[in-house]
Design a protein. Structure first.
Length: 177
């Protein structure tokens, strides 16, 4: 029976890859993970809702970021410091190797914000107290921002300009089927 000890190895990439390489197998075509038992048997394991793969080794439970270990096992290389594994189709449950790419943390943050803006956060609303003004809401640099504009045409142009900005960013790094 496994003990209550738990190791999360998400902060130590080299150790993460070494431990996963010996105990976790990865199918790059389908994005499946398998744990290899001491007797040589193989059992499929699934990432949890937070995106971690868990397995036990010598009564210790290990919890490893699934996208990172998939990229590392699939390419036989480590993810460099300061980089993040991006799901190119923005489906965080798709661990196929062709869906994974490595990008800097800053770019990953901008991609998440662009997706959030295009998914509904970017919007035009009438001003609450001034009937002749419009407010364009968006999110940038982890802050909620807005423009207050007096002309609906200018507000729509600003809205469209921001939509195009975020769409360009997503088209540069992401793939949509």
């Amino acid at each position: 029976m496994p003990s209550n000890k738990e190791n999360t190895i998400s902060n130590c990439p080299s150790e993460q890859y070494k431990i996963a390489k010996g105990f976790v197998q990865y199918d790059p075509e389908n994005g499946y993970f398998f744990v290899v038992h001491a007797n040589g048997s193989i059992r499929r394991i699934f990432p949890d809702e937070e995106g971690y793969v868990m397995f036990h080794k010598k009564s210790t439970r290990y919890k490893i970021r699934a996208s990172r270990v998939a990229y590392e096992l699939g390419n036989a290389t480590e993810v460099p410091e300061g980089k993040v594994v991006l799901h190119r189709n923005l489906d965080t449950n798709d661990y196929r190797l062709r869906n994974l790419a490595v990008v800097p943390k800053e770019v990953h943050k901008k991609i998440k914000e662009a997706h959030m803006n295009l998914s509904g956060f970017l919007r035009i609303q009438p001003h609450q107290s001034d009937a002749f003004c419009y407010v364009v809401h968006y999110r940038e640099d982890s802050r909620n921002k807005f423009f207050v504009l007096q002309d609906i045409v200018v507000a729509k142009q600003t809205f469209l300009r921001l939509q195009l900005k975020y769409a360009k960013l997503l088209n540069k790094y992401c793939v949509f089927d």
